[in-house]
Write a new protein. Structure first.
Length: 335
């Protein structure tokens, strides 16, 4: 069975909710999955490490209970994000827990590790690796990933700088496997656009920060509601890796968003020593948040996405008034 076969009949939208550092917790993952999209969380959000297995058990039990109550619309699969960077001293522990509980989908970040992919494949799981360019994409697949998350310009948190149009088309020219597209997606029409470009899934994160189930501070949720694309700053200062952050949170931390220094990438760390965390009140976000107008339950947000997605499909069902039908007839004759 392929990854896409696993999803058939279990999704209300072709969406993966991206894992949000600190913010994604079982309540959010379960709400996402029971509303028909793939929910996810980073394993590192569970602290201490022993809590990770407790959370996996909770998620599995709650999703099983939902499926028993709603056999006509079973929950979507869930995913766990593993940071495979060399500084993550919890990787071995968390990977062992993932294998024990046979997590169906793993999203790996910040490096591609063949041994991680092999461990997930040992029980029939799938791995998507997030990448920001073609070199990383080829490397991830060469090392055994099943698919890719293309992190394009405008995505929240650690993000690339490539246009989704160029990035996805170039990738589809040589890879026909599962692809999720990330980058400023917070509206149902954008989900349809991702499909039109050739992605199998839209990868959505920032909009879920402003949900009731998210473990985000209330000022952070409100800042998402109050901000738009022009309030996002791209910098590597915070972690050593370039990412997108809310300008007001940078200003509140006493920084000048227009004059940020460049960070040393070697300072990046994802270990368990939380004293190394910098700028804890600087908040990541993508450029799509202008579509987020209120803090609301996850069910309401996904329902909005479904309405917008359906409307976009209906709108595109009619020929554009700008297109001369003669050109389509010419194309049909040529075929």
């Amino acid at each position: 069975m392929s990854l896409l076969d696993l999803m058939k009949g279990r999704l209300s939208l072709p969406v993966i909710a991206s894992p949000l550092f600190i913010i994604s917790v079982p309540d959010l993952v379960v709400a996402q999955c029971t509303n028909g999209i793939i929910g996810s969380m980073p394993s590192l959000n569970a602290r201490p490490a022993e809590q990770f297995e407790e959370w996996l058990i909770e998620i599995k039990e709650r999703l099983a209970a939902h499926d028993a109550r709603h056999p006509d619309r079973p929950s979507a699969p869930f995913a766990i994000n593993l940071i495979v960077h060399k500084t993550n001293d919890r990787l071995e522990h968390d990977l062992a827990v993932v294998v024990k509980h046979k997590v169906p989908l793993i999203i790996t970040s910040l490096g591609a590790r063949p041994e991680v992919n092999q461990a997930v494949h040992s029980y029939g799981g799938y791995v998507l690796h997030d990448v920001i360019n073609q070199r990383f994409a080829h490397s991830a697949l060469d090392k055994g990933a099943d698919g890719l998350v293309l992190v394009a310009a405008g995505a929240g948190g650690h993000a690339g700088a490539l246009s989704p149009f160029g990035f996805l088309r170039e990738t589809r020219a040589w890879f026909d496997g599962p692809i999720a597209l990330s980058g400023a997606i917070a509206h149902g029409s954008s989900i349809l656009a991702a499909e039109a470009l050739g992605a199998d899934f839209a990868y959505i994160g920032s909009a879920f920060i402003a949900t009731e189930e998210a473990r985000a501070q209330e000022p952070q949720k409100q800042m998402i509601v109050d901000s738009g694309a022009e309030d996002i700053i791209y910098t590597n200062l915070i972690t050593g890796v370039h990412g997108n952050y809310l300008k007001p949170s940078l200003q509140k931390a006493g920084l000048d968003p227009e004059n940020l220094p460049t960070s040393d990438p070697t300072a990046m760390s994802f270990g368990t020593d939380r004293s190394k965390r910098r700028w804890k009140d600087i908040w990541g976000s993508g450029q799509g948040i202008g579509s987020v107008k209120a803090v609301e339950p996850t069910a309401a947000l996904v329902a909005r996405f479904r309405r917008e997605y359906a409307e976009a499909r209906r709108r595109l069902g009619d020929r554009s008034p700008l297109v001369n039908p003669a050109w389509e007839r010419l194309l049909e004759a040529a075929e």
